[in-house]
Ligand binder design. Structure first.
Ligand SMILES: Nc1ncnc2c1ncn2[C@@H]1O[C@H](COP(=O)(O)OP(=O)(O)O)[C@@H](O)[C@H]1O
Ligand SMILES: [Mg+2]
Length: 270
């Protein structure tokens, strides 16, 4: 791992790679296009890249349908396994797309490398991710289940995973792709906040509306919260549109002035 340069973590929103209207619906065309973008960026030069897949229709309806509770009080604990099983299937499908474009990737399950305590990170065993990355593989992560020391087994959002990764890696940038151009100032306006800083993040937070579709992980609020947590750790995040990317516009997300909403690192410790 070229640690000095740092690792890019790219999250592909569930709104992009899955069809939110059907349970377990995979958006093959969008996924194929994103996989092609990833392949092209990797071909352009050595880059340490970790992918995080949003769960979308492989997660939210499963959590809601089986009564999987964020507080750890599940309707039927015998159905908990459905969540990692569905997310593993999503990783299978997406890695097939990566494979087609010549990207060599490996899947990782949260339950196997992470524990939390009251939803804060307790321990993260990132050595397998570090080692495979060093060997040239692209680790493919997602949200899923996690064993919490106080709450028991509970779901963890993919939006939180970059914060977990930051425990063991120097992150160069977190790129979060979703179905919006960034954090929008007013619903439907299309006008986004270009930057979010320590000074104005409250104002940006106030512009986020509650999720309209089935969402167990707070939608855009979860993204901003994770980005702010990374900002406090000195990491820059970008929340950008992943709907119509081509190889050139994807590559720009790694450049100095990416499109979308840029959450700037806080220069002095919080
Ligand atoms: N101010 C805002 N700007 C952009 N999106 C917002 C805002 N407030 C709420 N949202 C909602 O957040 C959604 C993105 O989060 P989410 O549905 O979790 O996507 P993903 O599947 O990419 O994680 C948008 O589709 C939008 O409905
Ligand atoms: Mg989401």
């Amino acid at each position: 791992v070229r640690d000095a340069a740092g690792v890019y973590v790219v999250k592909l929103g569930g709104s992009l790679i899955t069809n939110r209207d059907t349970v377990g619906g995979f958006d093959r065309e969008r996924s194929d296009r994103l996989a092609r973008c990833v392949a092209s960026r990797l071909a352009a030069g050595p880059t340490d890249l970790i992918l995080v897949l949003g769960g979308g229709s492989f997660a939210h309806p499963i959590v809601a349908g089986h009564g999987i509770s964020r507080a750890g009080a599940h309707a039927d604990p015998s159905r908990l396994f459905e969540l990692p099983v569905h997310l593993f299937r999503l990783k299978h499908l997406f890695i097939e797309s990566l494979c087609k474009h010549g990207v060599t990737a490996l899947p990782f399950e949260t339950l196997s490398y992470l524990t939390t305590v009251r939803s804060a990170i307790n321990a993260a065993f990132l050595a397998p991710i570090r080692t495979t990355l060093g060997l040239g593989y692209v680790p493919v992560l997602s949200g899923g289940l996690v064993a919490d020391l106080e709450l028991g087994v509970r779901p963890v959002s993919s939006d939180r995973i970059p914060v977990v990764v930051s425990q063991g890696f120097h992150l160069r940038r977190f790129i979060s792709l979703t179905d919006q151009p960034g954090i929008v100032r007013e619903p439907g306006s299309g006008e986004i906040f270009r930057t979010v800083s320590r000074q104005d993040y409250h104002q940006v937070s106030a512009a986020i509306s509650p999720p309209v579709r089935v969402d167990v992980t707070d939608g855009m609020r979860g993204k901003l919260d994770a980005a702010l947590e990374l900002a406090r750790l000195g990491v820059q995040s970008v929340i950008a549109d992943g709907r119509d990317l081509d190889e050139a516009s994807f590559a720009e997300l790694f450049e100095a002035a990416p499109r979308g909403t840029v959450v700037e690192p806080w220069s002095d410790p919080a």
